[in-house]
Design a protein around this ligand. Structure first.
Ligand code: PEP
Ligand code: MN
Length: 285
């Protein structure tokens, strides 16, 4: 009997390739995710004001980030927690983006936000809490903007890949997968960083796969090491939280790098990237 040529094929998912595949790069403005260069996306968890966002944009850009992150709408466990500035921040966000020349990745929490976000976002982020929100995914499938699809903290890799089909089904195949940690029995970290999933997602799909070590471990002092590990394992990029004053951040301060930590991480990351032959993608000065 002939051995199966595709031993790991287990899913009938449309996003799933019939055999381990090469990555199809996704263009986000002038940035290519999943190409020959490693991509760093960085910025605050929440956009808290013009100055905080602008300072962070300039700092992360000058140290090698090529996409800027920042939440305008936040999904918080407690309704009492800061929910984001929403469309109130739109004007200054646009100004910071044009001044810094960076593409913007921001979370969409409701399909009605497309109207507002479409003007500023280069990459829609679907958060872990919304990976199973198929109505939202279908709406984004009808747009032609790339989507960063985070894995739910309770999703199997197969469910994550099948969620991507809700985007591609509508004709939007510009999908980037993001591993951000899963819930386990271990309480000493916020979530459990699942590097296994990065390898499996890369082998089963054509999508670029990036990681979010900030939410995974929840402790800023360990974010750099997870970034290096993911880069060495073949992740296509990383998205990290950075704040000018993490201890006063309105969300996720404990896991946000301060400016100096970001700078140091980038210096070391570049050395590792050179060693593995996958240099850092930088914006034109
Ligand atoms: C975030 O990126 O700030 C966020 C809320 O992430 P996640 O959806 O992975 O929890
Ligand atoms: Mn966050």
């Amino acid at each position: 009997m002939n051995p199966s040529p595709h031993p790991i094929k287990s899913s009938a998912s449309l996003a799933s390739s019939p055999s381990p595949s090469t990555t199809r790069a996704v263009r986000v403005g002038e940035v290519l995710v999943g190409g020959p260069l490693f991509v760093v996306m960085a910025g605050p968890c929440s956009i808290e004001g013009r100055e905080q966002f602008q300072q962070t944009a300039f700092h992360v850009r000058s140290h090698g980030a090529c996409l800027l992150r920042g939440g305008m709408w936040k999904l918080r466990t407690s309704v009492q927690s800061f929910q984001g500035l929403g469309s109130e921040s739109l004007q200054f966000v646009s100004k910071v983006l044009s001044d810094s020349g960076m593409g913007f990745v921001s979370e969409i929490t409701d399909p009605r936000q497309i109207e507002v976000l479409d003007d500023v976002v280069s990459l829609y982020q679907v958060g872990a809490r919304n990976m199973f929100n198929y109505a939202l995914l279908k709406e984004l499938g009808n747009t032609r903007k790339p989507v960063l699809l985070k894995r739910s903290f309770a999703a199997q890799v197969d469910e994550w890949i099948k969620a991507a089909d809700y985007l591609t089904q509508g004709g939007n195949d510009q999908v980037i997968l993001c591993e951000r940690g899963i819930r386990s029995f271990e309480p000493s970290t916020r979530y459990t960083f699942d590097l296994n999933a990065v390898l499996i997602a890369k082998s089963r799909t054509h999508f670029p796969v990036v990681v979010d070590p900030s939410h995974a471990i929840g402790l800023r002092e360990h974010v750099p090491a997870l970034t290096y590990a993911a880069a060495a394992a073949g992740a296509d990029g990383v998205i990290v939280e950075v704040h000018p004053s993490p201890n006063t951040a309105l969300s996720d301060g404990r896991q946000s790098l301060d400016f100096q930590q970001f700078e140091e991480m980038m210096l070391r990351l570049e050395k590792i990237l050179m060693a593995i032959g996958r240099p850092l993608q930088r914006l034109e000065p």
